[in-house]
Design a protein around this ligand. Structure first.
Ligand code: ACO
Length: 377
């Protein structure tokens, strides 16, 4: 048998070529569809970002109109899917569980023929699934999607039943663009593994939702907001951070496996949050967030002198999504609403040049056992 090196967690192993995103963890650089993150995130609509990932170029005005209209036409879910979400809400299943059930059921009543159309449906329908579940959970009736609203605006509208402000839409859109893709993160890798067996895009998205659910992947921004609120409510930030570090706790929203400098997504989300809070005329919470970052980075440097620990994407996700009115319990599902664009683009990229993803394991078990009949064990 060939000698192969055991690589737990596949760290540093290249398993696919991609044109979708590039990460330089040493320099803190992130490129999405050829654009530096900051260039794309603050300018694009989410529809433009998805089109970019699917086509490796920006759409013309006519193409964008067509793409938007096509996605908007795929937003509805039928009574059967609503029933699944109502049941999930009644049983108070966590939002990511409800989303997984909803995505798995989302093809009921549809006749998507190809992976390309199924991919568009999955992107279009995720906000409806999240918002419908959330409305049931609050004891309200779901709000039907509105085809005249863009993807981000419609998501916000379906959650709250009111049209969002331009500032809320821009903030949410910037978030969705910022986290749309990030190399072969765990959920994206999962999606590629699923389609590499020539399964289908909906199965891939369902598996990816399950992967994103885990706290090591998509679960940190909720706890970040709790922490920020405690400090905003009067705790001294320096004493608060020091107490956490002295207790041996990790500070949520700081550090990253890949980035050795500040996560570039934190910079983009921080700028978006700053402008959102300034436009709203109330910067008190955002001032607390910035003070917290400064104090925490200083104390983390003393705590781990050899390891630069700076804010990661989750820190300013919490600040921005809270500002634009996304409930804390929906931070991870909103991450899925964004990341689904990357999932489906990776699926189609994988299928365009497919080879089944099939690594190997190192056997460390027994060999040569002799069967013992059950009555003799
Ligand atoms: N607070 C305090 N100490 C930390 C933190 C932190 N946020 N992050 C790392 N450290 C410490 C570790 O405990 C470790 O100390 P040790 O050597 O005494 O055990 C040392 O710094 C080195 O840690 P790394 O090896 O660089 O961290 P790793 O790559 O294993 O973990 C991770 C990265 C999981 C993101 C970590 O920094 C962490 O737990 N952060 C807090 C949770 C968080 O914000 N998660 C969201 C990440 S963003 C995303 O995944 C989308």
């Amino acid at each position: 048998m060939d000698e192969v090196e055991l690589n737990r967690g596949l760290a540093g192993v290249l398993v696919a070529e991609t044109k979708l995103s590039f990460i330089d963890g040493e320099e803190g650089e992130l490129i999405i569809g050829g654009f530096p993150l900051a260039e794309l995130a603050a300018n694009a609509t989410y529809e433009e970002s998805v089109f970019l990932l699917l086509n490796d170029r920006l759409p013309t005005a006519a193409e964008l109109d067509e793409f938007r209209a096509d996605l908007a036409a795929r937003r509805d879910i039928g009574d059967e899917v609503r029933a699944v979400l109502r049941r999930a809400a009644t049983e108070r299943k966590p939002p990511m569980d409800a989303l997984r059930m909803g995505v798995a059921a989302a093809t009921l009543g549809t006749d998507d023929q190809s992976n390309e159309t199924a991919a568009r449906r999955v992107v279009a329908v995720l906000p409806t699934l999240v918002a419908t579940y959330w409305r049931y959970r609050a004891g309200d009736e779901p709000v039907a999607p509105r085809a005249d609203l863009g993807h981000a605006a419609n998501y916000h509208y379906m959650l709250n039943g009111e049209e969002p402000t331009d500032a809320e839409v821009r903030g949410l859109e910037t978030y969705l663009n910022t986290v749309i893709d990030h190399g072969l993160n765990a959920s994206t890798f999962t999606a590629r593994v699923v389609v590499s067996t020539e399964s289908d895009v909906v199965s891939a998205a369902t598996a990816a939702v399950g992967t994103l659910k885990g706290p090591l992947h998509g679960g940190a921004p909720g706890p970040v907001l709790d922490m920020l609120r405690e400090v905003a409510d009067g705790d001294d930030p320096r004493a608060y951070v020091q107490a956490k570090l002295d207790a041996g706790e990790r500070l949520m929203g700081f550090g990253h496996r890949v980035y050795r400098v500040r996560d570039p997504r934190a910079a983009v989300l921080s700028a978006a949050a700053k402008s959102f809070y300034e436009d709203s005329g109330d910067t008190e919470f955002f001032d607390t967030v910035q003070t917290f970052e400064d104090v925490a980075v200083e104390l983390l440097a003393e705590h781990k002198p050899g390891r630069r620990l700076e804010t990661n994407v989750e820190f300013y996700t919490a600040a921005l999504l809270h500002g634009v009115g996304i409930p804390k319990d929906l931070f991870t599902t909103t991450f899925a609403v964004a990341r689904v664009g990357g999932w489906i683009a990776h699926c189609l990229e994988q299928l365009a040049d497919n080879r089944i993803i099939r690594p190997r394991s190192q056997y460390v078990g027994e060999k040569g056992r002799t069967w013992v009949p059950v009555e003799e064990r």
